[in-house]
Design a protein around this ligand. Structure first.
Ligand code: GDP
Length: 445
């Protein structure tokens, strides 16, 4: 995700500050300047960035801090809190209840990813046991019904629409009625978009909304518009009761931070983000875990959610057992194999900073794959004792030279790989002893 660049820049700024021997006004200013630059590059509104800086300086107030205070920690915490504040709309959204019929209407401009997102949303809830259904009330765009039909079929979700009927209100009402009779508990209505915000679009939205009386209206927008998201979200909010926002294409645009903060400023909760064209490239958006991940602090709730989602029940104890073991080079080897085949474990680990997200950043898959394969070739020249040890000191200089010779790689590359191993071992140790709580129960974390 491009946001990884933003997270990387902020983390680097904090790291540089941490490396300084003494944290004085200059070191703090340099750090804040870097963070500001990264946020502005992500198209976060200037005023928000300026306020964040002022607030951090107020909280940190170096002169007032007694000598014993850990300035680094206070600054890092202040940055974390301010980023959370920037992304927090201060409001939550309606959440559909399983077994009780909810109607959710999707609105947005044409091309924002509305139809794709309707299916992702249906698929997300279907996996969790809901019985969703899709209604195509987009009669404006030729081919909209075909697209929805195709997506719905792929997701094995019932759908309703018409090639002949041109009245979106009629289709929406018929579709909702039909699925209510069929006891579907999540009825999703896809509406028309236009290229621009215009009266006809808003009028149609109002009519469909009046006729179907949705429990939730979700506004879908493309992240590439950055801070212009503020005006767009406001305009939609003023025309129909938008209860939540989904921001799409977070995988491809450098302005993701801008759109997220701009939407929060309209006091609309962002509930999901789209991170690719594929049905599963869809993530729940929650401010704190998101900022944790952005700053490389890990996201244990996301991690646990992913485990529930993609690791089969009978495999979960095996995974826990693995996590409780010391991190050996052999485990790293197996994880690399998983990553190359995009197995479920790699999807789980991608929730933790430093695993696949850093090893295989999007857009650099080829280079990353080459690197992972290189590391695997190096490990192929190791003995069982070396692979099964969790003590990196075992691989001393002479062993390194032997491994390099055996694998036809440079000693420097073996060293690189060992550095990677140590980094991953550190992450692994964080997960040791992690209990996987029941779904929705995060108290054990
Ligand atoms: P609509 O006109 O708003 O219904 O938009 P569509 O659902 O047809 O999507 C427009 C284009 O955006 C399609 O090519 C989708 O595959 C693509 N798209 C939608 N969401 C995402 C996303 O999160 N990431 C990426 N990369 N593409 C997306």
């Amino acid at each position: 995700m491009v946001l990884a660049q933003l997270g990387g820049s902020i983390t680097r700024a904090l790291q540089q500050m941490s490396n300084a021997t003494v944290i004085d006004e200059k070191v703090l200013n340099d750090c804040l300047n870097e963070i500001n630059r990264a946020l502005l590059q992500s198209d976060v509104q200037f005023e928000l960035v300026r306020d964040m800086r002022t607030n951090i300086k107020k909280i940190v107030n170096l002169q007032d801090l007694a000598a014993g205070h850990n300035k680094r920690k206070i600054i890092q915490q202040a940055v974390f809190n301010e980023l959370c504040k920037m992304l927090d709309p201060g409001k939550s959204s309606f959440v559909p209840k399983k077994g009780k019929t909810s109607v959710v209407m999707f609105v947005g401009l044409q091309g924002s990813g509305k139809t794709t997102t309707c299916t992702k949303y249906a698929h997300y809830y279907q996996k969790k046991g809901w019985k969703p259904a899709l209604v195509c009330a987009d009669t404006f765009r030729a081919g909209a019904f075909d697209q929805l039909k195709q997506n719905a079929t792929k997701a094995k979700t019932p759908f309703y629409g018409s090639y002949m009927e041109s009245d979106p209100v009629k289709i929406a009402v018929e579709g909702v009625e039909r699925f209510k009779e069929e006891n579907r508990d999540l009825i999703i209505v896809d509406t028309s978009g236009r290229h621009k915000q215009e009266a006809a679009l808003f009028e149609e939205m109002r009519q469909v909304s009046e006729a179907t009386n949705p429990d939730l209206v979700i506004f879908v927008m493309d992240s590439s518009i950055g801070q212009a998201a503020f005006d767009q979200a406001q305009a939609f909010k003023q025309s129909v009761a938008v209860g939540a926002v989904i921001i799409t294409k977070m995988d491809g645009h450098a302005k993701g931070g801008g759109s997220l903060s701009a939407v929060a400023a309209t006091k609309s909760p962002v509930i999901f983000i789209g991170t690719g064209e594929h049905m599963d490239e869809f993530e729940v958006f929650e401010v704190k875990p998101f900022v944790s991940r952005l700053l490389g602090m890990g996201d244990l709730s996301g991690f646990v959610d992913k485990i529930h989602d993609i690791v089969p029940m009978d495999k979960q104890p095996e995974l826990l057992q693995k996590l409780s073991e010391g991190f050996t080079l052999r485990i790293m080897y197996e994880q690399f194999q998983n990553m190359l085949s995009m197995g479920p474990m790699s999807q789980v680990l991608s929730m933790l900073p430093g695993f696949s997200s850093e090893l295989m950043p999007k857009g650099q898959e080829k280079e990353s794959q080459a690197k992972v394969k290189r590391y695997m070739t190096i490990m192929d020249s190791m003995t069982n004792e070396e692979l099964d040890s969790s003590n990196p000191k075992l691989i001393n200089e002479s062993r390194m030279m032997r491994i390099a010779r055996g694998s036809g790689r440079l000693v420097r590359e073996v060293l690189d790989m060992m550095e990677e191993y140590k980094r991953l071992a550190k992450l692994w140790s964080k997960m040791k002893g992690l209990k996987i709580p029941k779904k929705g129960d995060m108290s054990a974390l």
